[in-house]
Ligand binder design. Structure first.
Ligand SMILES: [Zn+2]
Length: 404
């Protein structure tokens, strides 16, 4: 399952977070790209049952609910260095209230601390598993296994309250502090395999009397390395993915992966063409706000200041790191991931998806289970206005029936 795309990105500019234009807009440049939220659905939707009898898989609310109520479900929630603003208890309560009494949601806290305190794996194994999934490079040169292990070791020793992204971006391998590219990013399948491997057996193997699903809210960025037509690998960022019965949602990915407002991308592109480090907006008033901020800073061009100014200018159109709205924004993807990891691969996990042929966000969408490819759609579907329904009729019916 794939969630939200970040699209084309110039890897060398990944750390220039004040320069986000290079990380989106695949949806404009290549609208036919397979960028669906989920892995492609099977052509014939048949579920095989015992005795080789085949029954059609149904997305009807009654059929979905019947499957979900067959056995008690345990949702194991873990954190893994998410943004400081993230509130795991708030999310656990929301999931419990929405999914109804057949679901028990348990917040186990920090994933690594849990694994080590339960003596499920030794430290070296945890370090090794995460190191194997690191996407970091030095320039275009991949890191050695030893280098990755060294970085992961530092990370495991950090204060778990420090968000993973913040820590990873401050790391270096030597006194010379050479720049690491994508040090906060991990390959989705390798990271999924790491979480699954490290989990206690009781959470990852099927039981006769219950079902278990695991949600990890991580601060690690997640993505897939893809080859580009320019001949070098591109990191395709994601908001989340699933691996077996583990759903992983990234607080970094929710900011980095969905397309930012198109106007922002255009402004950076034009700024680059003009040879400067400053974006050049269509709207002159935006350029004025940036000039004014630089003037107030004693005419010193500070990338952090530019980032902050743009964040404020576009506050109602995109999320930023450590954004308090994250606790609302994350609800849809976590609900979707919970249903998907329980085998609900169809409409129940995703009722609609961005129409990329439009080339712009459709902010009339409102259901939390909409697969948003744009920041503006993510905000439209997750940050609820007082008169806005939480779900479409289809999902409203499912969640009501689960509580009957
Ligand atoms: Zn819906």
């Amino acid at each position: 399952m794939k969630w939200y795309h970040g699209g084309l990105q110039n890897p060398s500019s990944r750390f220039e977070s004040w320069h986000p234009c290079t990380k989106n807009m695949t949806n404009i440049e290549d609208p036919n790209k397979d960028d669906s939220l989920f892995a492609p659905a099977p052509r014939v939707r048949i579920r095989t049952v015992a005795g080789h009898e085949a029954v059609p898989y149904s997305d009807a609310p009654g059929a979905v609910v019947e499957r979900l109520l067959k056995k008690p479900v345990f949702v194991h929630l873990f954190t893994d260095g998410p943004d400081r603003v993230f509130n795991a208890d708030h999310l656990a309560t929301y999931l419990g209230n929405t999914l109804g009494p057949n679901f028990t949601v348990q917040n186990h806290g920090d994933f690594t601390q849990f694994i080590l305190s339960q003596k499920l794996q030794d430290r070296e194994e945890v370090i090794r598993r995460f190191a194997m999934s690191k996407a970091a490079t030095k320039g275009s040169i991949p890191l050695s296994v030893n280098e990755k292990m060294q970085l992961e070791q530092q990370s495991i020793d950090r204060d778990p309250a420090v968000p993973f992204r913040e820590f990873a971006r401050s790391q270096s391998l030597s006194e010379r502090r050479e720049r690491l590219i994508h040090n906060d990013y991990y390959e989705t399948s390798a990271l999924g395999a790491a979480f699954l491997y490290l989990l206690p057996e009781s959470m990852r193997t099927p039981h006769d009397s219950r079902r278990d699903t695991v949600i990890v809210v991580t601060g690690r960025g997640i993505g897939n390395m893809e080859s580009s037509y320019l001949g070098r690998p591109i990191l395709h960022m994601r908001g989340g993915f699933s691996y077996g019965n583990v759903g992983v949602v990234s607080t970094t990915g929710l900011v980095d992966a969905p397309g930012k407002p198109a106007e922002l991308g255009r402004a950076y592109q034009r700024g680059q063409q003009l040879g400067g480090g400053l974006p050049d907006f269509d709207r002159q008033e935006y350029n004025q706000i940036i000039f004014e901020a630089i003037r107030k800073n004693g005419n010193v061009l500070d990338p952090k200041l530019i980032e902050q100014t743009i964040q404020e200018m576009f506050a109602d159109r995109m999320l930023h790191y450590d954004d308090p709205r994250l606790n609302e924004a994350i609800k849809g993807i976590v609900l979707s991931m919970s249903l998907f990891t329980l085998g609900e691969h169809g409409q129940a996990a995703q009722c609609s998806t961005s129409d990329l042929s439009l080339g712009e966000p459709d902010i009339s969408k409102f259901c939390r289970l909409h697969d948003a490819h744009w920041q503006e759609e993510l905000l439209a579907t997750q940050i609820k206005q007082p008169d806005q329904p939480e779900f479409c009729d289809y999902h409203q019916t499912i969640f009501e029936k689960l509580k009957e």
